[in-house]
Ligand binder design. Structure first.
Ligand code: BES
Ligand code: MN
Ligand code: ZN
Length: 499
């Protein structure tokens, strides 16, 4: 990614392409900005007087420096009012600053934005956010253009942040989250003809080779048949691409420690099956493996951090296609749990692959299970594009995930597993139907999953709205990797405190 240094030395101690300082509202210079102003004969003061910059939040102005052997650019960043600056505002300020650094192709930067106060957030948090913001600004889609533009990705080889060496851990955590996010985005952005179930297996295996303590196995269709995974297998039945169940183990805890299990929906393309989607609805469906990508990214990050936990990642991979062997509406399949499922809509396929993965998870006697899935368009209608929808059969687990999302700036909002809606899944022809009457679609999908996850504390994240962004261009966001990794870090911290 890039090197990160921490410093408590004043500006111009180290050499860097660019020096980044904060100016607040009412033209107030931060301590380091004052030092820079003095060293540069009042340059910042002059720019303020001329009105070139005001200190308004999110404003950036890069000024080339001549005959200065310590820096080639000065980047002045508006940080708004000091009183009550929110974490969201700080994130916006960081995004603006790092985007400008990438735009001017800075190779290295000394960044004094850690001086700026943020309500209820400490230096550790600010350092992590800066590392993650830097990585986000450098991210470029792994484009298949034959002449790729690598310039931005290769810029920013080194950043120096205002911070105490005691907060070194914030740097490693920020870098681990950032590389998990990058892995997640890269997988999501790949086209479905490349990113097939077999490709996801390969990627998970490659990560296992790169990280100590991480191992990957995969179950093919015959293995799944033997386990009775009729629901999962019914989804890939119409596709030439064989379905796969990836099982990743990270062993960082004692042998007897119960693992935390992450389960990902890995539909590498969702045509809807025989219940074919329309042209416009289908276009975005290469992103239907966003849950899988997040689980794989989070597993890599946990391994990179050497967390003292046991973690299992289960990724259910299939391609939902309308072939001659495809599952038809009203077909009844038998899940691994023994429950029979009437497939009334082949486009409600995510719950079918997940239910068998959730049953498979029982064998690990999990401390918790969190599944992650681009499961319903309804979650987007319920909550919009900024919150992942959270459901849980365990209040303590829900609270832990909500808190992790808050801290990681990757928020979730809890919706109910309304018992009143369970009857929507009743059918004459099997134990359970795979769709309801259309009301509360994301709740009903979660209720379906809850019938297969009674054996352990379980939560479900519907990330249909958050896994991809539509603006400025359509692309994977890497969510909810930050939330998942924070959740795991918190469990690790609990353990370390106990011992
Ligand atoms: N992968 C889709 C959900 C989705 C839709 C994600 C739009 C992102 C954007 C899922 O498999 C699906 O098709 N769900 C149906 C369920 C319905 C048939 C009960 C939906 O949401 O329309
Ligand atoms: Mn679907
Ligand atoms: Zn889907």
């Amino acid at each position: 990614m890039f090197d990160v240094h921490l410093t408590r030395s004043p500006p111009f101690t180290d050499t860097a392409n660019c020096l980044v300082v904060a100016v607040c509202d009412a033209r107030r210079l931060s301590a380091c900005a004052q030092l820079v102003d003095r060293a540069l004969d009042g340059l910042i003061s002059v720019l303020l007087e001329r009105g070139s910059i005001s200190g308004e939040s999110g404003q950036v102005l890069s000024v080339p420096l001549l005959n200065n052997h310590k820096a080639e650019y000065l980047l002045i960043v508006g940080c708004g009012t000091d009183a009550d600056r929110s974490d969201r505002e700080y994130r916006r300020i960081l995004a603006a600053a790092f985007q400008e650094l990438v735009r001017i192709c800075a190779q290295s930067a000394c960044i004094y934005l850690g001086e700026v106060a943020v309500r209820e957030r400490d230096e550790h948090w600010k350092i992590r956010q800066q590392v993650e913001a830097a990585a986000a600004a450098c991210y470029r889609v792994n484009s298949l253009k034959t002449r790729p533009d690598n310039k931005a990705r290769n810029s920013l080889a080194q950043i120096t942040l205002w911070g105490d060496e005691r907060n070194r851990e914030a740097v490693s955590r920020g870098l681990a989250v950032a590389s998990g996010v990058r892995k997640c985005r890269d997988l999501g952005n790949l086209p479905a003809n490349i990113c097939t179930p077999a490709y996801l297996v390969e990627q998970a295996q490659q990560l296992a080779m790169q990280h100590e303590g991480l191992s990957t196995t995969a179950l093919g269709e015959e293995d799944m048949q033997a386990l009775g995974m009729g629901a999962l297998l019914s989804v890939g039945a119409g596709s030439a691409q064989p379905s796969q169940l990836i099982v990743m183990h990270y062993r960082g805890g004692r042998e007897a420690q119960r693992p935390h299990v992450l389960v990902g929906k890995g539909i590498t393309f969702d045509t809807g099956g025989i219940c074919l989607k329309g042209r416009d609805g289908m276009k975005l469906m290469k992103y239907d493996m966003g849950g899988a990508a997040a689980v794989i990214g989070a597993m890599a990050a946990a391994a990179e951090l050497g967390l003292r936990l046991n973690i299992v990642g289960i990724v259910a991979c299939a391609e939902n296609m309308p072939g001659s062997r495809a599952t038809k509406p009203t077909d009844v399949v038998t899940s691994m749990s023994g429950q029979t499922v009437e497939v009334l809509n082949t486009d409600a396929e995510g719950r079918l692959v997940l239910c068998d993965a959730l049953t498979y998870a029982e064998r690990f006697e999990p401390a918790s299970v969190v599944d992650v899935a681009t499961l319903t368009g309804a979650s987007m209608i319920a909550l919009g594009r900024h919150y992942s929808a959270l459901f849980a059969n365990d209040a303590a687990l829900a609270d832990k995930l909500l808190a992790a999302g808050q801290r990681a700036m990757d928020k979730a909002w809890q919706l109910p597993l309304s018992p009143e809606d369970m009857a929507q899944l009743d059918t004459e022809f099997a134990d359970i139907a795979n769709i309801g009457d259309g009301s509360a679609g994301c709740v009903v999908a979660a209720l379906f999953l809850s019938r297969f996850s009674r054996a352990y504390p379980w939560a479900h994240l519907d990330i249909s709205a958050t896994a991809k962004q539509l603006k400025p261009g359509i692309a994977a966001t890497g969510r909810p990797v930050p939330l998942l990794v924070q959740y795991l870090i918190d469990r690790h911290e609990e353990l370390v405190e106990e011992t």
